[in-house]
Every structure is written in structure tokens, then in C-alpha cells.
Ligand binder design. Structure first.
Ligand code: HEC
Length: 141
């Protein structure tokens, strides 16, 4: 009788553990209730805005309109750092740390844009893109 209870307890632990593991895995690719998958956020928002910032900073924004576009792209990426933490999407500290780096890097880009300081914007953008590699290394399959 005692053995049977032990087997039951072990079985229950395994079932709960497997369920928990699948929940954690699911969080990376999609939040709990919102429709957008992580892949769609990356492809539709993160990637194009990141490429836009990178392109503008290669030569430096040519005129006021280009500075404004750069600010918009950095601001959208900054906002995404919050979105990626929402809806139970964040699985661990590596993810949370990467979003913080994205947030701080893009905030610093915005600050540099305010001063039209290309060098400072480039350095800040490097911090921001460091977050892509940090999160992908741990969480992108
Ligand atoms: C907090 C984590 C995190 C951060 C930060 C992050 N990504 Fe991602 N990214 C992911 C995950 C997870 C995937 C894989 C999604 C999937 O395939 O389900 C992904 C996938 C991608 C993809 C592939 C999309 C496809 O077509 O399969 C691109 C492109 C991408 N990220 C760009 C970026 C760029 C550029 C940055 C930095 C500005 C960035 N990501 C920052 C988590 C992150």
C-alpha cells in the first residue's frame, strides 16, 4: 500500500513537472492571452525598426526628417522592451536582463538623438543590439 502511494506521488510529480516545463517553453514563443507570437513581434516590429536605426546611424541622419525617423524607430524598440515582458512571455532572468538592456540602450539612443550626437547614438545602439544577441543565444532555437 505504501509503495503504491509512493509510485502515485512520483507519477504526479512527473506529470506536474512536464506540464510546468511545457508552459515555460510556450512562454517564449507567445504570451498567455495576446494574439501576437514572439516571431511576429520580431519580424514585424523589432527587426525593421532595428534595421532602420542601423541604416541611419551608418552614415548619420541626413536631415531633420531622418533624425525624427530615427527617434521614432528607437522609441518603438524601447516600447517593445516592455511588450516582451508582458503577458507572461518572460521565462527567466536572461530574458528579463536582455529586455532591460534593450530598454536602456534605446533610451540612450533617444537621448543622443535629442542632442543630434551621432557618436553617442551609435554607442547606445550597440548596447541596444547587444540585447538581441543575449536573448537569442539563450532563447532562440
Ligand atoms: C527578450 C528576448 C529577445 C530580445 C531582446 C530580442 N529577441 Fe529576437 N527573438 C526572440 C525569440 C524567442 C525568437 C524566436 C521566436 C520564434 O521563432 O518563436 C526571436 C527571433 C527573432 C528573429 C527571427 C524571426 C523569424 O523570422 O523567425 C529576428 C529577425 C529577431 N528575433 C530580431 C531581433 C532583433 C534585431 C533584436 C534586437 C533589437 C531582437 N530580436 C531582440 C527573442 C528576443
Amino acid at each position: 500500500m505504501k509503495t503504491r502511494w509512493t509510485i502515485m506521488a512520483v507519477a504526479m510529480t512527473l506529470v506536474v513537472g512536464a506540464f510546468w516545463a511545457s508552459e515555460v517553453a510556450a512562454q517564449k514563443t507567445k504570451g498567455k492571452s495576446r494574439a501576437a507570437s514572439t516571431k511576429q513581434l520580431m519580424k514585424g516590429i523589432v527587426q525593421p525598426n532595428c534595421a532602420g536605426c542601423g541604416g541611419a546611424l551608418k552614415t548619420g541622419p541626413a536631415d531633420d526628417a531622418a533624425w525624427e525617423t530615427l527617434a521614432t524607430q528607437a522609441a518603438v524598440l524601447n516600447e517593445l522592451s516592455y511588450v516582451l515582458m508582458d503577458d507572461g512571455r518572460c521565462p527567466d532572468g536572461v530574458w528579463a536582463g536582455a529586455t532591460k538592456q534593450l530598454r536602456e540602450g534605446t533610451a540612450a539612443v533617444l537621448e543622443a538623438v535629442g542632442k543630434k550626437d551621432v557618436e553617442a547614438a551609435r554607442a547606445a545602439f550597440k548596447t541596444a543590439t547587444g540585447s538581441c544577441a543575449a536573448c537569442h543565444k539563450a532563447h532562440k532555437t
